[in-house]
Design a protein around this ligand. Structure first.
Ligand SMILES: Cc1cc2nc3c(=O)[nH]c(=O)nc-3n(C[C@H](O)[C@H](O)[C@H](O)COP(=O)(O)OP(=O)(O)OC[C@H]3O[C@@H](n4cnc5c(N)ncnc54)[C@H](O)[C@@H]3O)c2cc1C
Ligand code: FES
Length: 294
């Protein structure tokens, strides 16, 4: 975990009450898709946890030399700063410094005072942010046919996850679910980077009419097989995905209400097969096999 000051680069509404905010600064603590950041908002005692949607490094000056080295070693700047650091140290030996400057993108829905305050912040303003929180998804378990499932604003972490999988040579199938076409986010971004994207909307205004589970069932009935699923969304969706994916292991990201956000208060404790776990520190991602939903 790292406490940093991030400068807002852009903050704009991209769907009904959903904003996309890009911030620049030291993003080096963000290493894994599925991690979250915790933002201090004015007037609030508790910070607001928001998933990392995407992270990228800024290519300037010294970093241009690093980028050339990265390309020479068959990697890219989408690699995490940690991976990048180890590649450079191990293979290049030319640069011993971490890449610390970069951008982090979040998507957030305005539901209350904190997120509404965030929506009012503009370009150039600085936010106090705890970065690199949570365990994130374990992409080593993805296999060769991962299924990414996002429900509403829970689709946000799927972009960084999909980019890393594609970087590793794996093309994910993505199923996104929304109430209506006006809530849709990220389907274009995910399609553009090479994912197979399927959308389900509850009112049938785009894609299949129904829930993500209807779409997943249809894909499986068409003969598609998956190696592992990665899901993030509201609890009812996570439970439905859990129930409807017999024989398939998966990773589920929870968006529980939180207190401190870094493991100190036990305010986000959850029972699992392996005993009580803190969603903020031991999660927010849990293996399907750990959950007590049977
Ligand atoms: C690990 C994690 C990742 C998250 N990622 C995102 C994200 O990428 N984008 C995003 O928009 N939101 C995300 N959330 C939810 C986000 O933190 C809350 O919506 C936000 O804190 C609400 O703050 P507020 O002050 O606007 O609302 P409040 O005034 O605190 O609450 C307004 C309403 O929102 C509900 N609410 C508050 N917190 C949550 C929550 N955690 N889950 C569900 N409902 C809540 C309240 O019950 C209330 O009805 C995430 C939460 C967690 C724990
Ligand atoms: S929110 Fe404090 S321990 Fe998780």
């Amino acid at each position: 975990m790292k406490q940093v000051q991030l400068r807002i680069r852009s903050n704009a509404e991209i769907a009904d009450n959903v904003f996309r905010m890009e911030m620049e600064g030291d993003v080096s603590a963000i290493t894994t898709p599925g991690q979250f950041i915790n933002i201090r908002v004015e007037g609030g005692f508790l910070r607001r946890p928001i998933s990392v949607c995407d992270v990228d490094t800024v290519v300037t000056g010294t970093k241009r030399i690093e980028k050339e080295a990265a390309e020479a070693f068959g990697t890219s700047l989408y690699n995490t700063p940690q991976m990048w650091d180890s590649v450079v140290k191990e293979k290049a030996g030319t640069c011993q410094e971490n890449v610390v400057e970069g951008t982090v993108t979040i998507l957030y829905k305005t539901v209350g005072a904190g997120t509404k305050a965030l929506a009012g912040r503009g370009q150039g303003e600085v936010l106090d942010v705890l970065t690199g929180l949570g365990n994130g998804f374990d992409i080593r378990k993805a296999g060769d046919a991962p299924l990414l499932v996002g429900g509403g604003i829970g689709s946000a972490p799927m972009l960084m996850l999909a980019k890393q999988l594609i970087n590793d040579g794996v093309r994910p199938t993505v199923v996104l679910g929304f109430r209506s076409v006006s809530d849709m986010i990220l389907q274009g971004d995910l399609y553009e980077i090479g994912c197979d994207v399927y959308v389900a909307t509850e009112d049938g205004s785009s894609g299949m009419k129904g829930f993500v589970t209807d779409q997943i069932r249809a894909l499986r009935e068409q003969g598609m097989e998956f190696s592992q699923f990665f899901a993030c969304g509201p609890s009812p969706m996570l439970k439905a995905v859990y129930r409807d994916t017999q024989g398939l292991e998966g990773q589920l990201s929870f968006e529980e209400r939180m207190g401190c956000g870094f493991g100190a208060c036990m305010g986000c404790s959850m029972e699992t097969k392996n005993g009580p776990k803190r969603v903020c520190k031991d999660g927010p991602v849990f293996m399907k096999s750990e959950l007590l939903w049977d």
